[in-house]
Design a protein around this ligand. Structure first.
Ligand code: GUN
Length: 282
């Protein structure tokens, strides 16, 4: 078997074209969606992600403002910036790029963002809404994964989805979303014993660990759909958590890295920003 390679770039592009039209319609009503991104410290990967978000906003006509703050910034200063953005009529979405330096409490910062502007879906109120099935901003990467599966007509209902990774950003919210779509969900993590016994059962296998090529062909059921959320840097190149060259001969569909989930994460952030503008301005 040779897997269909899921073209995240193409699917994200289609979504962005739709959003571009929505932005134009909002402009006709004198509304321009606005996104504020707060980036603390010098982590090169975070800087690169934020540049990608900034460029994507520009290409759609979304206003964006990036606050690049030194790693020494205090929690109080950061909270002050967030409070100002909560009140700003130009800003509909606020995103604090994670991780934050260890002297800043991530949970305090995320709680300070107005739930109505929480385009990451990380505020506890929105996390709770997702868990209980109420409408809310969906976290961008998990939402992007669901969009990829749906676009490729990969059935979710009744299927066994196995997620490797239990982060608050990907693993846990993705489990909630897959449950909403009536999958049977298993979450595995670094302490899972006999990981392969679980991954081998997956109709949909999602790797979100951040460990280079850890999913090998012997861990994948023949015909499974394999979604690689991993982003690892090797000599300046991006490589996923899945051994793509091996696994593509076992799976029925597979996402590449780069060009799979990554572009969808940004597209879903743009989607949430447009949604936030529509809700706040209606
Ligand atoms: N760091 C890695 N992924 C993300 C994300 O989706 N949102 C934010 N805010 N930070 C991240």
């Amino acid at each position: 078997m040779t897997a269909t390679v899921i073209d995240g770039k193409k699917i994200a592009h289609a979504l962005r074209e739709r959003l571009k039209q929505e932005v134009a319609e909002l402009a006709a009503h004198h509304v321009q969606p606005g996104l504020a991104v707060i980036l603390v410290g010098e982590d090169p990967a975070s800087h690169s992600y934020v540049r990608g978000k900034e460029k994507a906003c520009e290409s759609l006509g979304i206003y964006s403002k990036v606050y690049r703050l030194p790693a020494s910034v205090s929690e109080a200063e950061l909270l002050h910036t967030i409070h100002e953005l909560n009140e700003s009529s130009l800003i509909h979405g606020i995103l604090v790029q994670l991780p934050l330096p260890s002297h800043i409490s991530e949970s305090s910062i995320l709680l300070a963002i107005s739930p109505d502007k929480d385009v990451d879906g990380f505020h506890l109120m929105n996390v709770g809404k997702l868990q209980t099935g109420l409408p809310t901003f969906l976290p961008c990467t998990p939402h992007g994964v669901i969009q990829l599966l749906q676009y490729e007509n990969i059935p979710i209902e009744g299927k066994h989805a196995v997620i490797v990774g239990r982060s608050n950003i990907v693993g846990k919210p993705l489990a909630a979303l897959l449950l909403q779509h009536n999958a049977t969900v298993t979450i595995c993590h670094s302490k899972t014993v006999h990981l392969k016994n679980f991954t081998k059962q997956a109709d949909i296998l999602i790797a979100a660990v951040g460990k280079l090529r850890m999913i090998t062909a012997d861990m994948v059921k023949s015909g499974a759909a394999v979604i690689d959320v991993g982003i690892n840097r090797v000599n300046g190149r991006l490589v996923g958590d899945v051994d793509f060259e091996e696994v593509r001969h076992v799976a029925s569909a597979i996402t590449p890295v780069p060009g799979g989930v990554g572009p969808m994460t940004i597209a879903m952030l743009l989607y949430n920003t447009v949604e936030a503008a529509k809700r706040l301005e209606s």
